[in-house]
Ligand binder design. Structure first.
Ligand SMILES: [Zn+2]
Length: 292
């Protein structure tokens, strides 16, 4: 079988013309998935009666988001917050605050159900409901991340159809590239389980969202090692954080140590996802910030 026969994502432009690195050795996108209660409620509305489980998830918008925002302020760093529609409706003040503090707000499904488990009609409804919900906050999102990063071909086509500019859910590179959705160019900003706090910290007895509580020191070691090596490849380091996990004190300190490490290298920039997408697509100059 040749490469062209493998049914994978279309690398429409494998090495995009846009200079998204802009002289830096690597770029970090701090992406914050404000899932809150949505991944639990996606498994059943009856979890509304599981008070401890609901409170575990509510820690994110209630405590984690304000702490992460304050940390970003201290280092004057931009971030991208992916917000499910259910979270925006349950926590409208969080949605408004994130936008007011100057960060990007992007789509993350409405109910946080995984696209691979939805029909095409259901996927369309998720996007339409999210767009309507965001419009009530005056937010016009340009980016999308699939819940659990579980895209289908149809997901990409819907992004193109609705005019979204980028996705951040796929894993077939560690540099951005351009793919197609409904014939339109879409920037892909790849992710990886290695750079996600969920695999390190997610634990609940019921529902089973994970069974691990790792030491934050181990997580700092994992993430800094990857970024250090990425500097040799000109990579995009998309770190994925969940406020109900990384908002805990020792884990927030781990995030700060990662930020300090990145800044100490002197050649790593931080940027919002939308800025990298714009550079990759050649839409505009972009305005990534950092000590480059
Ligand atoms: Zn999520």
């Amino acid at each position: 079988m040749t490469d062209s026969q493998v049914p994978v994502v279309d690398w429409h432009e494998r090495q995009p013309a846009g200079d998204w690195l802009r002289g830096s050795s690597a770029v970090v996108v701090l992406s914050v998935d404000v899932d809150a209660e949505s991944p639990v409620l996606a498994r059943g509305e009856h979890y509304l009666n599981h008070l401890t489980t609901m409170s575990h998830q509510a820690y994110g918008p209630r405590v984690g988001v304000p702490r992460i925002l304050d940390l970003l302020d201290r280092y004057r760093l931009p971030a991208t917050f992916f917000v499910p529609g259910v979270t925006a409706e349950r926590w409208p003040s969080v949605m408004a605050t994130v936008a007011e503090r100057g960060h990007e707000v992007a789509m993350h499904g409405f109910t946080h159900r995984h696209p691979v488990h939805l029909s095409e009609a259901e996927q369309r409804e998720e996007i339409e409901r999210s767009l309507k919900c965001f419009a009530r906050f005056g937010v016009e999102p340009v980016g999308y991340r699939a819940p659990n990063w579980e895209m289908t071909r149809h997901s990409l086509d819907l992004l193109g159809e609705f005019g979204l500019r980028y996705d951040s859910s796929l894993m077939d590179d560690d540099r951005p590239y351009v793919t197609l959705g409904s014939g339109r160019r879409i920037a892909e900003l790849p992710v990886q389980w290695l750079l996600d706090d969920w695999e390190q910290y997610a634990f609940l007895p019921e529902p089973d969202i994970g069974q691990q509580i790792e030491a934050p020191s181990k997580v700092v070691e994992l993430w800094t090692a990857e970024l250090e090596a990425m500097r040799g490849f000109g990579s995009l380091c998309v770190l994925t954080l969940h406020p109900f996990l990384t908002g805990r004190p020792s884990r927030l300190r781990a995030l700060e140590q990662f930020i300090q490490f990145a800044l100490s290298r002197g050649d790593v920039r931080f940027a919002r996802a939308e800025e990298i997408a714009a550079l990759v697509l050649g839409d505009e100059q972009g305005s990534a910030t950092g000590p480059a």
